[in-house]
Every structure is written in C-alpha cells, then in structure tokens.
Write a protein that binds this ligand. Sequence first.
Ligand code: GLU
Length: 312
Amino acid sequence: MKKKVLAMVLGVAMVMATLTGCGTDKAATAEPVVVTAEPDVAAEDSSAAEEGEAPAEDVAGDVSADVQAIIDRGVLRVGVKNAVIGFGFQDELTGEYSGMEISLAEKIAESLGVDVEFTTVTAATRTELLDSGDIDCVLATFTITDERKQSWDFSTPYYTDYVTVLVQKDSGITGLADLKDKKVGVSSGSTSARSLVTAMVENGVLSGDGFDKETFDPSTWTDGISFAQYDDYPTISTALSAGEVDAFCVDKSILAVYHTDDRTYIDDKFAPQEYGVATTKGSGFSTYVDGLVTGWLSDGTIDGLIAENGIE
Ligand code: GLU
C-alpha cells in the first residue's frame, strides 16, 4: 500500500512556537495541537497484507459507515499524550510524536489506507475531543473502567500499568501509611485519587468510612488525605517542587518523566490500569479497531511495540 505523506499542517508552526526552548514540562502544557505524522518508513509498505492489518472491508466483513467516513476523509485523527515516554511523546523541536500508542495509531491508519493526524490530549480533554468529533479515537494511557465504558467504547486492553506515587526524597514519605493526612496532586478526569484512597483503605491506612467508589469525589474528600486537582501533569510536578502538594499520584508510566534525582516513588504500586483505544460508543469503528488490536495481541505485534519502546 502506498503510504501517503500529508503536508505538515498548521499545527506545526504552533508546536514550534509553543515548544521551542521550553522544558518538558512546558511541552505537556501546550494546548492540543495537530501535526501530521511523518511516516518513517519507505513510501512502499507491504505490511498491510500482514495478519491484523487487512483492509477495512476484510476486517469488518462490510465497511461500516463510520469506517467509510474515515476512509473518505483520508485522515485518521487520533488523540495522544505528548509527555509519556514510551507511549506518546512529542519531540519539542521537530514536533514529531513517538511511542507505542503513536505506532499503534499509525498502524490503524495504515490498515485503513489513510494518513494519521495527532492531537495532544490530556486526561481532562481527551473525552471532550472525542465527543465533539474532533478526533476519531483516543490512544492516550486511557484506563478502561466500567464507568467509562458506559460513555465510550474501548478496545481489548493493549497494556496494563499500575498507579503509584512520586514524592520528594527529603519528604520521608516511603509508603501508603506515610500519606496519611497529606495533600496529593492528581489530574482532573483521572482515576488516580480514587485508586489511591481504595489502596489506603485496603491497606488499613484509612478506615473507609464514607468511601463509596461510585460517588467518590476528589475535590470534597478530606478524610485522612486530600487532593488538589490540576489540568495537566507538568503543573502537578511544579506544585510538588513548590511544596503545594506532598505527593503526585498517577500511573507509573506517566510519572516516569517527572522522576528527577531528588524524587522517589513510594514502595507501593496498586490499581492495575488497563489501557484501551477509546472510540465513540456504538460506532462501527469500535468493532474495526478491536479486531485490529486483538489480532496484534495474538500475533505478537503489541509485544514487539512494548519491547521496541523500552516499556516494562
Ligand atoms: N490512566 C489514568 C486514567 O485514565 C490516568 C490518567 C491519564 O491517563 O492521564 O485515568
């Protein structure tokens, strides 16, 4: 299949203006930007014939209207992270994205025979952009939960991470028990605060009185731990340095970029986080994507991407 190279779109100028000269933290605070992936393979690509990469009509039997709309558009629009090394990371100078979620998105686009366009998302913006139709799918360390499954479709999980907590070494915090009565920075729209309270209850650090997973709200919880919610991870990292929060809690893959020499993880990791490709609920594209992901899980493609990207 001939892989089309789309001209760099308007987002690039924005990326350069926003990111040049800025640290990693700044990169992750950038407003969602759009760039077109630059395929790093030769224009002629025979891999589409491989297992799990059949053209749309072969995977779904017949092409659904949602899949056909993407094919007709010629571009798959994907929401990705820009500061999660190994998953979705954007080079500040070139604007190029890399990581296993980027490769998976490129492979989905390849399978459809279309180009791919990336938009940087955060935990707070990824569902808004999917709901508004600005993007077709999300590959952004997006944990599958029963609650979320009521609003969006998720593919079979392609990776499982865990939640942990990053602290300043000089804080003396080494485990869940030390987090009692501390203030923890979490991202809005994430599973992190609920996962942490659940782990503290399960480990007997908190009584669990009044804790209901269904109705839990980090902004109002003050029983033995409290939370400050932020729109993005760089801001939590800055808040940790400034002492505004005592700890930074999220998936280990996300924390890695903020793990500087003066910081350490606590000993505990908890709450398995299964990442799936999120798509619009009930769309034919959901079925299509799940067919690809399950194929790539069984033929070793996903294991290969995990290894290639240095993910544990
Ligand atoms: N993976 C977690 C979630 O989906 C952490 C947030 C994030 O992905 O940024 O809630």
